[in-house]
Design a protein around this ligand. Structure first.
Ligand code: PLP
Ligand code: COI
Length: 340
């Protein structure tokens, strides 16, 4: 079956794989790990995830390296973040060891779906946890299902590593100022759909959200963090309403390794007029360059990529990140977990 997959032309979609892995929390403890070949979940019609959105998830990737080895990128960081997300909305946190064991297991079980080295594709790993107790009162579930599915993916944007345009639309917020933005909860994505679809209808790759309190500063960009390069400095928003992106953290570290100064701070919208490069970063988006940012409310166009090409710093960071993920460059920070 995998012979039929056109590895070099995969999109960021869902392709069925052989197995998913599951674990249930019940009676105060996590049960055994189950390996399933079903693509469905059987649940009670009153489960808290269905009614009150008790759901947290993660996104990470496994790669087939130049040396033929399988590398999972920053597994522990994703384990830590799903724990924080779960605590954020009063769900049972998945223990780090359980998360790690299940991710390695599901990757190994679906090894034939890991795209080959050189294809540009990867195996996307999607862990999720949902509240399963049957109850109608609004309070946390006492039963949970943690499951991990995997699917081979290509680039998130059809343009690949080509600059796209994004837009600012002040009528939309993804999250509230002291809300759930720092956690990876399904509700944030539900709240982003109208803005996202509106942006896509207008031909933009994403909506660039402003801080929901004052609408003065850049927050994040669709399902990705925002970064820019200004006078040789990597700048990225400091905000409590954005997801702490593992990719962004990695890019900041790589930038510092390259002698590039990094500033995590508030970025006023008007400062976009002074940036030399901009990008959207995340597991799915990797580091996708931005060409122009259109402030639709004020009819202002910030032309970032003057020649329409990805900028030199974004390109260097993208290549270094990819190099580490694919085992082409030394993993000096110990970010990759090799699955034997
Ligand atoms: N911001 C949002 C809203 C996201 O959904 C994602 C994707 O995971 C990111 C940022 C990037 O985070 P990461 O680099 O950890 O994938
Ligand atoms: C990711 O980058 O892993 C995401 O979760 C973004 C999106 C596909 C939801």
């Amino acid at each position: 079956m995998t012979k039929e997959l056109d590895w070099c032309n995969l999109s960021f979609g869902y392709i069925p794989t052989d197995y998913n892995v599951r674990c249930r929390f019940k009676d105060g403890k996590w049960g055994p790990i189950e390996v399933s070949s079903s693509e469905y979940v059987d649940m009670h019609i009153a489960a808290t995830c269905l009614h009150y959105g008790q759901e947290v998830f993660e996104g990470l990737k496994a790669f087939r390296g130049k040396d033929g080895k399988i590398r999972i990128f920053r597994l522990n960081d994703n384990a830590e973040r799903i724990r924080q997300s779960a605590e954020g909305i009063k769900m049972e946190p998945v223990p780090q060891e359980l998360f790690t064991e299940m991710v390695k297991m599901v990757v190994k079980l679906n090894e034939r779906f890991i795209p080959p080295y050189g294809s540009g594709a990867s195996l996307y790993i999607r862990p999720l946890e949902i509240g399963m107790s049957a109850q109608i009162g609004v309070h946390p579930s006492s039963e949970y299902l943690f499951l991990i599915l995997v699917t081979p993916v290509g680039p998130y944007f059809k343009e690949g590593f080509r600059p796209t345009n994004i837009c600012i639309m002040r009528q939309y917020d993804r999250v509230a100022p002291k809300g759930t933005g720092r956690w990876k909860v399904g509700g944030n994505y539900a709240a982003s759909m109208t803005a996202g679809e509106h942006a896509h209808e207008l031909g933009y790759s994403a909506c660039l959200y402003l801080d929901p309190q004052e609408k003065k500063y850049i927050d994040e960009c669709g399902p990705a963090n925002f970064f820019a390069v200004k006078n040789g400095v990597y700048i990225t928003p400091a905000s409590e309403s954005i997801l702490p992106s593992v990719t962004n953290r990695s890019l900041m570290t790589l930038a510092e390794d390259m002698g590039i100064k990094v500033e995590r701070r508030q970025i006023p919208v008007e400062e976009l007029a002074e940036v030399d490069e901009a990008g959207e970063c995340g597991t799915a988006a990797v580091a996708s360059p931005v060409a122009e940012i259109h402030d639709l409310d004020n009819n202002i166009k910030y032309v970032v990529a003057k020649d329409g090409e990805p900028g030199p710093v974004t390109t260097k960071l993208y290549n270094r990140l990819r190099g580490i993920q694919l085992g082409e460059e030394p993993d000096v920070h110990g970010w990759c977990t090799i699955v034997e």
